[in-house]
Design a protein around this ligand. Structure first.
Ligand SMILES: Cc1ncc(COP(=O)(O)OP(=O)(O)O)c(N)n1
Ligand SMILES: Cc1ncsc1CCOP(=O)(O)O
Ligand SMILES: [Mg+2]
Length: 230
């Protein structure tokens, strides 16, 4: 499977307030990885260079064991130095084409598009590998993020890129709702890393998404799928 094909499922994002030291960070991430993550994003806007490099390298190794892609938030230098699989760039985080030049063709680049189809179209032209929309619900982690309607996922479907929903997706029911609206990946901080058991939280997201997708199929296909599963 190419890295881009893996952009489907649960996308966990770390938070230094919830996971303040290496032990808590690596333990919580490994717990989430055990339930199956497509991507993990290392997001620490205040870490000094040595802490960031140590933690990002540790996460790259851990994610490698579980077949999970590691994406670095904001910092192209850190993405390269840590051997991460990708970078996430917001609208204020520099020019996508320059990041591509620096990181090369194989590194995944994700772009924040807030609630804007125009930003999504521009990101596609500039070579983004996935497009992120949100916040989908009120978010305690980033209350200032602009809100989006879930209709954006239908509107952006024709772009043919993986679409990420982010912001306030802190329950399995919300994850299922965003997935049903057309998101390929569900990104969450609080819903995973503010929980006492990240593995269980991720497992519940997977279950809710599976149940919702199954319920959206015609009855005879549901019965067929269930008889194959059990
Ligand atoms: C998957 C994903 N989507 C959106 C964001 C937000 O990026 P940005 O707008 O640059 O804001 P910060 O995260 O840098 O505060 C993200 N990080 N990840
Ligand atoms: C980084 C970011 N960008 C938009 S909302 C958000 C925070 C997501 O965190 P949570 O899942 O806790 O709302
Ligand atoms: Mg950013």
């Amino acid at each position: 499977m190419s890295d881009r094909q893996q952009l489907n499922g649960i996308y966990a994002i770390t938070d230094p307030q919830l996971l303040p030291d290496d032990t808590q960070l690596f333990m919580a991430v490994e717990s989430a990885l055990k339930a199956g993550l497509s991507c993990l994003q290392y997001r620490d806007k205040k870490a000094d260079a040595s802490k960031a490099l140590r933690q990002a390298r540790g996460l790259a190794e851990l994610c490698g064991h579980y077949g999970c892609l590691l994406i670095i938030n904001d910092d192209v230098l850190l993405a390269k130095a840590s051997g991460a699989d990708g970078i996430h760039l917001g609208q204020e985080d520099g020019v996508l084409l320059q990041a591509r030049d620096y990181l090369g063709p194989d590194v995944l680049i994700g772009r924040t598009c807030h609630n804007s189809l125009q930003l999504a179209e521009e990101a596609k032209i500039q070579g983004a590998d996935y497009l992120a929309f949100g916040r989908c619900y009120p978010s305690s982690t980033k209350p200032s993020a602009p809100a989006t309607s879930l209709a954006i996922f239908t509107q952006a479907a024709h772009l043919g890129l993986p679409l990420v929903g982010i912001g306030g997706i802190n329950s399995p029911a919300r994850a299922a709702e965003v997935k049903a609206a057309g998101a390929s990946m569900i990104a969450a901080v609080e819903g995973i890393f503010a929980q006492s058991n990240p593995q269980q939280a991720v497992h519940q997201y997977h279950q809710a998404i599976k149940d919702t997708l199954l319920n959206s199929l015609p009855t005879e296909v549901q019965h067929d799928s269930l008889s194959r599963t059990f």
